[in-house]
Each structure stands twice: as C-alpha cells, then as structure tokens.
Write a protein that binds this ligand. Structure first.
Ligand code: GTP
Ligand code: MG
Length: 136
C-alpha cells in the first residue's frame, strides 16, 4: 500500500484547523500510520523545499514554515498520494475548489506566501524522500 507525507502547515495549526483536516482525511478512509507535532529548523525546511530554491516565494515560504509548529502525518492507502492532493485542492487557496481543504478554509491574506494550510507529497519519489526527512 502507498504512503504519503502530509503537513498541516503553521497557518492550519494556528487557526485550530488540525482537527477538521484530520477528520476529512479519516472520513476519506486513509490510515494514520504516524503523527507528530514538529518545529522544523531552517535546514530541515531547505531539504524539504529543495526543488523551490531560488524561486521568488522561497524565502517567504521558509519564513512562514518557521513561524510556528506544524503537524506531520504519515498517511497510508491505495493511491493516497493523488487522493490527498485531491482532498487538499489546488495550490492557490483563493481559487481552490469549494469542498477541498484549501478551498473551504484558505484564502489570500495579502502576504508574499500562499498560506494554504496543508502540504501533500506529489509523487512516490517525493513521498519517500519527504517521509525520510520528517519521520527519520
Ligand atoms: P505543497 O503540497 O505544499 O507542496 O503545495 P503544492 O504542491 O500545491 O505547491 P508547490 O509544491 O508548487 O509549492 C510549495 C508551496 O510554495 C505552496 O504550497 C505554496 O505555499 C508556495 N507557493 C507555490 N507557488 C507559489 C506562488 O506562485 N506564489 C506564492 N506566493 N507561493 C507559492
Ligand atoms: Mg508541492
């Protein structure tokens, strides 16, 4: 069975949305394999977001991710990688479809980073790489 890394990002934790996000994941039928509150340092985040280094939103993204704790989740189920990304919705929370986590709870707050509540691995290779970072 497939596994993915989900993060409830600092905006989701700070807004008290961890529970409703977990409820949607559980209602969809995926299995929580492991879960922990994390306070990553800059090096951990640089590893996690290596593909975005040099992009205009990279620094604001790291600052945002350093702004408070996140919840890291190891999630399992058939096709869970694409399934969770479908639950999450598209990257920009303003236009993410209603019914998705980002579409229902997120919006543009006028900042340089898109505060979009959750992260989900985008491929089997990413999931393996990211799970090794967050659940070493
Ligand atoms: P993740 O599940 O968090 O990886 O989101 P994603 O796969 O939908 O987006 P991507 O991996 O392309 O980008 C990672 C994160 O960088 C996003 O979740 C946003 O927080 C931020 N981001 C991505 N693209 C942009 C952008 O064009 N502008 C801004 N301001 N932030 C962005
Ligand atoms: Mg991504």
């Amino acid at each position: 069975t497939e596994e993915t890394l989900v993060l409830v990002k600092p905006d989701g934790v700070a807004r008290g949305l961890t529970g409703v996000i977990l409820a949607r994941i559980e209602a969809k039928g995926y299995a929580l394999v492991d879960i922990r509150l994390v306070e990553p340092d800059r090096e951990t985040l640089a590893q996690h977001y290596a593909e975005h280094e040099g992009k205009p939103f990279y620094e604001p993204l790291l600052e945002f991710m350093l702004s408070g704790p996140s919840v890291a989740i190891r999630l399992a189920g058939n096709r869970v990688i694409e399934g969770f990304r479908s639950l999450a919705g598209t990257t920009d929370p303003t236009t993410a479809a209603p019914g998705t986590i980002r579409g229902d709870f997120g919006r543009d707050w006028g900042l340089k980073v898109q505060q979009n509540l959750v992260h989900g691995s985008d491929s089997v290779e990413s999931a393996e790489r990211e799970l090794a970072i967050w659940f070493a």
